[in-house]
Design a protein around this ligand. Structure first.
Ligand code: EPU
Length: 351
């Protein structure tokens, strides 16, 4: 197990932001992960788990405790069953499933971060969510101090949420198992209209797996959502806010605000989100509240390609980023009465 002291955390995050950790430990096996977690828990030391660092906002003061980098590796295919170690790079694993001719995660190509993070926020994009393919999650339970295997149902998945996110101090994900589909080299039926359109097919159609993956990668890149170390426009955590899910009553009030502000002809995006609920678009709200793509003059700005990605133009501090995020939340609230909630995890700071 590698151990460093007073180690900078910024290089471990896609934002490239945040101060140092008192102690930084890198674990390369499940047993090492468990040993490091137990040691921290036994001594009452705060613990910060780091995977790909793509959904993490670390405060400028850093982290007073042990930061544990989960760097385990393991990609095992048994028929259509895939098991990934938590530390596997997610987008590489997706590429390998496509190469193996298996469907189910091809639209999740290009998402930064590690496999172990996918169940935590039920990673989703372009019509696929890992909750549809995950069968089991093997985790270390810090309460019972045992290794546990949780079924899909026990993970309590919903939009960008799970049991792991609801109880963030309890589980450390070690392995994730997915059931893929052998559709003879074809993708799963395409659910996202934008993807189907880009491929010239109808939603519900299947296309060759690599065509699905390539199209998603192109769409993501067009929105600044594929990480490029050379391009500050991608130094982000992907979507900074989740898409708000409103009760039908709250949606009606929101729609009234939209009419008042933007005129009768403007319809806010609305997607069904379960009985009595409607999901709207955070990117749209931000745009219409007056924060256009590229908004900002400081070192933290809105991406020039998508209003939902806040970016570090290279010289930002976490406080710069948070000031921008707070400005956006306040502006959207004032314009439409809707409160945006951040998607990335914040460490030592809050919005
Ligand atoms: N829009 C704007 N301005 C923009 C961009 C988008 O007004 O600058 C509006 C448009 O009306 C557009 C709508 O927002 O139709 C939705 O945009 P998009 O299709 O890009 O999807 P999104 O809801 O903004 C979500 C996920 C992304 C995922 C895409 C594609 C969340 C929080 N975000 O974005 O996930 O890649 O759908 O499925 O659910 C992430 O979570 O980090 C992430 C990148």
């Amino acid at each position: 197990m590698q151990e460093l002291h007073d180690a900078p955390l910024a290089p471990l995050t896609t934002f490239r932001l945040g101060g140092p950790a008192d102690r930084l430990v890198t674990a390369t096996s499940d047993d090492e992960v468990i040993a490091a977690v137990r040691e921290a828990d036994d001594s009452g030391t705060p613990l910060l788990l780091i995977g790909g660092g793509s959904n993490l906002v670390v405060g400028d003061k850093g982290f007073a405790g042990t930061a544990l980098v989960v760097a385990t590796r393991g990609f095992t295919l048994d028929g259509t069953l895939l098991e990934l170690a938590a530390g596997e790079v997610w987008s590489d694993a997706v590429a390998r499933t496509v190469e193996a001719g298996l469907a189910g995660v091809e639209c999740l190509a290009g998402i930064p971060g590690s496999a172990g993070a996918t169940p935590i926020q039920n990673v989703g994009a372009y019509g696929q969510e890992v909750s549809s393919t995950i069968t089991e999650v093997v985790a270390y339970d810090r309460t019972t101090r045992e290794r546990v295997t949780l079924t899909n149902e026990q993970c309590a998945f919903s939009y960008r949420h799970s049991r792991f996110k609801a109880d963030p101090e309890r589980y450390v994900v070690l392995r994730v198992r997915y059931r893929l589909e052998d559709a003879g080299g074809l993708s799963a039926p395409l659910k996202y209209a934008e993807t189907a359109r880009a491929l010239g097919v109808e939603p519900g159609d299947r296309v060759p797996l690599d065509a699905a993956r390539d199209t998603v990668l192109k769409l993501r890149a067009g929105k600044g959502m594929v990480l490029d170390p050379e391009d500050h426009d991608t130094w982000s955590a992907g979507s900074f806010f989740t898409n708000p899910i409103l009760t039908d009553t709250a949606f009606a009030a929101f729609h009234a605000r939209v009419r008042e502000r933007l005129g009768d002809g403007v319809l806010p995006p609305a997607y069904p989100a379960g009985e009595g609920h409607t999901k709207t678009s955070a990117a749209w709200l931000i745009d219409k509240a007056g924060f256009a793509k590229g908004y900002g003059t400081g070192p933290a700005r809105i991406s020039t390609k998508h209003t939902l990605a806040l970016t570090n133009r290279g010289a930002a501090t976490t406080e710069d980023l948070l000031a921008l995020a707070r400005e956006v939340v306040a502006g959207v609230h004032e314009a439409f009465g809707v409160t945006l909630v951040n998607e990335p995890v914040t460490v030592g700071v809050s919005l």
